[in-house]
Design a protein around this ligand. Structure first.
Ligand code: C5P
Length: 308
């Protein structure tokens, strides 16, 4: 999670990656309003960067993705994460957090959860609060189902509501094109659509990840492509029908496979190698299938302190 304490006296900088789900199996709705998941998370090399400097209170500024629309108070998970850490540890000083956002917002890439993970690592270092990884995990899980994975990164099996992580063996590097559509999909709305489709006898529920875990152990991209799965895909494309065209465009242009990322609307295209990802991204950019197109590789480590 945290390696060397790479910070100056006054500034702490953390780099945190987006996440994708190589498998997202959604169980029935639980009594607490969540769904039991069987998911395989993986971090990809698309990063937000958060710096924390000492201040009297907790404040947040944002540049890049969502700078004109995202809240900067406790409604923002990064701000809330710092506040919860301060409350848990009895810290009386504050921090000014500055976020450079590249991860598309409300895109199915866990950008908000990533920022919360970054804030936990940054403030735990800035304030010298010295929480153990287990304590940080507990705070992270209370902030959101994806936040514990964003702390750890790499590749992991997630169960429960996604907050219970189990290590998995992964070899090699995967190369992706990520196309994020115009518009946003709110995660709770996509979960509700999954439930609605199921009540009407539609939708999938795949909780078997054996084929995927075998595929990522030996890293052959064609085998991995066949094993990727997202139970949310039908719900996301029902709410945003244009996603089906985006997915098809990627397949037409030679992607090994195409799937919706998490609750969408980002779409993932698996490429054979880095060069293939670059040419696929160029062709998809020319076809104007999305608001933003990135190339990225996976897996990468989670929230990490970097040189200030
Ligand atoms: O945990 P998080 O705050 O990210 O979840 C946001 C919303 O997504 C929840 O309030 C719930 O509606 C839905 N959710 C779910 N099952 C999960 C994770 C999230 O239904 N496993």
């Amino acid at each position: 999670m945290t390696e060397a304490l790479a910070h100056t006296d006054t500034t702490v900088r953390v780099r945190v990656p987006a996440k994708i789900n190589l498998h997202l199996g959604i169980g029935p709705l639980r009594e607490d309003g969540y769904h039991d998941l069987t998911t395989v998370f993986e971090s990809i090399s698309l990063y937000d960067e958060l710096t924390a400097t000492p201040a009297d209170t907790i404040t947040l500024t944002i540049e890049g993705e969502g700078q004109d629309t995202l809240p900067t108070d406790r409604r923002n998970l990064a701000h809330l994460a710092a506040a919860e850490l301060a409350a848990y540890t009895g810290t009386r000083t504050g921090a000014h957090l500055h976020l450079k956002k590249r991860i598309p917002i409300a895109g199915g890439l866990a950008g908000g959860s990533a920022d919360a993970a970054a804030a936990l690592i940054a403030c735990n270092t800035l304030w010298n609060t010295g929480l153990t990884p287990a304590e940080l995990d507990k705070l992270a899980a209370a902030l959101g189902s994806d936040v514990p994975f964003c702390l750890h990164g790499g590749t992991a099996l997630g169960t429960g509501r996604g907050e219970q992580l189990h290590p998995v063996l992964s070899t090699g590097t995967r190369h992706w094109v990520i196309a994020t559509a115009h518009g946003e999909l709110a995660t709770p709305a996509v979960y509700r659509e999954v439930d609605r489709l199921r009540e009407n006898g539609h939708g999938t529920y795949h909780d078997n990840v054996d084929a995927l875990l075998a595929a990522i152990r030996n890293s052959d991209p064609d085998t991995v492509a066949k094993a990727l799965h997202n139970d949310m895909q039908q719900a996301a494309t029902t709410l945003m029908p244009s996603l089906a065209d985006t997915l098809q465009a990627g397949l037409d242009e030679g992607a090994l496979t195409a799937l919706v990322s998490g609750s969408g609307p980002s779409c993932l295209f698996l490429a054979r190698d880095e060069r293939h990802a670059g040419s696929l991204a160029k062709r998809l950019t020319l076809r104007r299938v999305a608001r933003e197109i990135h190339t990225a590789e996976s897996p990468v480590p989670g929230a990490t302190l970097t040189e200030a």
